[in-house]
Write a protein that binds this ligand. Structure first.
Ligand SMILES: C[S@@+](CC[C@H](N)C(=O)[O-])C[C@H]1O[C@@H](n2cnc3c(N)ncnc32)[C@H](O)[C@@H]1O
Length: 348
C-alpha cells in the first residue's frame, strides 16, 4: 500500500510561507488570479480521516466512512460483524484502509482503545489510530504527514476555564470577576498541571494503541512492531487537532453551510434543522492558514458531509496566500477567539 500524497488542484500550490510569515509553516497559494465567489475546489478527506463526534445521538445511523445518513437503502456491514455500517460497498472498501486492523470483532484490543477514547471524550484518538493503521505497513508511517503542522498534543490543549469566584472547572469560558482569585503564576501552574495530565493520558493511550497495532489475531494484519512513545502519539494527536476541520451531516438535502475549521464547533445556524457534527482531515484544505480577514471560506455540504468546498470571498491576485478564518461561524467573544487561536493553534 502506498501512502496517499498531497496533490493540489491546478493553479494552487502548498509551499512554505517564508518571509515575515515563515512562522506559519506551509500555506496554500494561488498562481493565478481568482474572482470573488469562485469555487476553487471540492475535496474529500484523506481516506478514513472523517468521523462524527461521540456525542452525536444518531451516529450509528450514518455511514462510518462518508458520514451520510442512511435512508433505509442497501447498507453493507463490516464482514467481521463488528457492527460498523456503510452506505455502500465502495465506502466499506475505502474504510478498510484502517478498518482491517481497527475492527472490534477481529482485534480484541481495539474495543479497549475505542472505549478508553470515548471515556476521554476524545475523537482525536480515533483519527490518530486510523492515521497509524493506514500508513503503518510502510517503513515510515509518517511519510504522508510529514508536511503537516504537528505540535505536541498537550501544547494545543486549552486549559479548562476556572471561574474566578468559585474556582470550579466549567469546561466553558467563564465571565471575569473584578477580583480574580488566580494570579498569573497560579494560572501557569494550572496549565502545567493540566498538560501533565494530558501527557500522562496520552502515554496510557500509546500503550493501548501499540497493542492494537501489534495484534496478530486471526484476520488481522499485524503491523511491524514499533515502540509508540507518548511523544510520537502526542505529535500525531497535535497534528490531528490543528488540522481537523468541522463537517456537518444532515438527513436531508440542504444547501451548503459555511464550516468552521475548529473541529469542536459547528457553523450551523441555530434556525436550521439539527445537523450531526463531525470532523475530517484534508490533503489540501488542511494546509490553509488562518486570517481574520480571510480571502476564502470553506463550506461543508451536509448532504455530502465528508466533502468540503473552498470558495473565494474576494478577488485574489496571483501569488497571494489563500486563507480561511478558523473560527468562522463560532460564537466566541473577541477575547475567547484570541485565546482559542493562541492555545489551540499557537497563532498570536
Ligand atoms: C491547519 S494548519 C495550517 C497549515 C500549516 N501552516 C502547516 O504548515 O501544515 C494550522 C497551523 O498552521 C499555523 N498557522 C495557521 N495560521 C497561522 C497564522 N495566521 N499565523 C501563524 N501560524 C499560523 C499554526 O501552527 C496552526 O496550528
Amino acid at each position: 500500500m502506498q501512502p496517499w500524497r498531497r496533490v493540489c488542484p491546478e493553479g494552487l500550490e502548498v509551499r512554505p510561507c517564508g518571509g515575515a510569515d515563515v512562522v506559519k509553516g506551509n500555506g496554500l497559494f494561488t498562481t493565478r488570479a481568482l474572482e470573488e465567489g469562485q469555487l476553487l475546489f471540492q475535496e474529500d478527506p484523506v481516506d478514513g480521516m472523517a468521523l462524527l463526534m461521540f456525542d452525536e445521538p444518531n451516529r450509528e445511523n450514518h455511514c462510518q466512512h462518508c458520514l451520510r445518513r442512511f435512508f433505509g437503502g442497501a447498507e453493507v456491514g463490516c464482514p467481521q460483524n463488528c457492527g460498523a455500517r456503510y452506505c455502500c460497498g465502495v465506502c466499506r472498501s475505502n474504510a478498510s484502509v484502517h478498518h482491517d486492523v481497527l475492527c472490534a470483532a477481529a482485534n480484541p484490543h481495539w474495543a479497549d482503545f475505542e472505549q478508553q477514547a470515548r471515556e476521554c471524550g476524545n475523537e482525536y484518538y480515533l483519527l490518530a489510530a486510523r492515521a497509524l493503521a493506514a500508513d503503518g505497513s510502510e517503513s515510515d508511517a509518517w511519510a504522508a504527514w510529514a508536511d503537516y503542522a504537528a505540535p505536541p498534543w498537550w501544547e494545543t490543549m486549552r486549559r479548562p476555564a476556572y471561574s474566578d469566584s468559585s474556582a470550579s472547572c466549567t469546561g466553558e469560558h467563564s465571565s471575569r470577576s473584578s477580583s480574580p482569585v488566580f494570579d498569573s503564576e497560579d494560572k501557569a501552574s494550572l496549565d502545567r498541571f493540566f498538560r501533565d495530565a494530558v501527557r500522562s493520558q496520552t502515554a496510557d493511550m500509546a500503550l493501548l494503541l501499540q497493542r492494537v497495532l501489534e495484534c496478530s489475531a486471526p484476520g488481522v494484519e499485524s503491523l511491524p512492531a514499533k515502540e509508540l512513545s507518548a511523544e510520537a502519539l502526542g505529535r500525531l494527536m497535535g497534528l490531528v487537532r490543528v488540522n481537523a476541520m468541522a463537517v456537518v451531516a444532515a438527513s436531508d438535502d440542504l444547501a451548503p453551510f459555511a464550516a468552521s475549521s475548529e473541529s469542536g464547533s459547528s457553523s450551523q445556524d441555530s434556525s436550521e434543522a439539527p445537523l450531526a457534527r463531525g470532523m475530517a482531515i484534508y490533503a489540501v484544505t488542511s494546509a490553509m492558514n488562518h486570517a481574520s480577514d480571510a480571502n476564502c471560506f470553506v463550506a461543508s455540504d451536509p448532504s455530502a458531509p465528508q466533502r468540503c468546498l473552498v470558495q473565494t470571498l474576494r478577488p485574489v491576485v496571483p501569488g497571494e496566500e489563500l486563507c480561511i478564518n478558523y473560527l468562522q461561524g463560532s460564537h466566541y467573544t473577541e477575547e475567547q477567539r484570541r485565546e482559542v487561536l493562541q492555545q489551540q493553534y499557537n497563532i498570536h
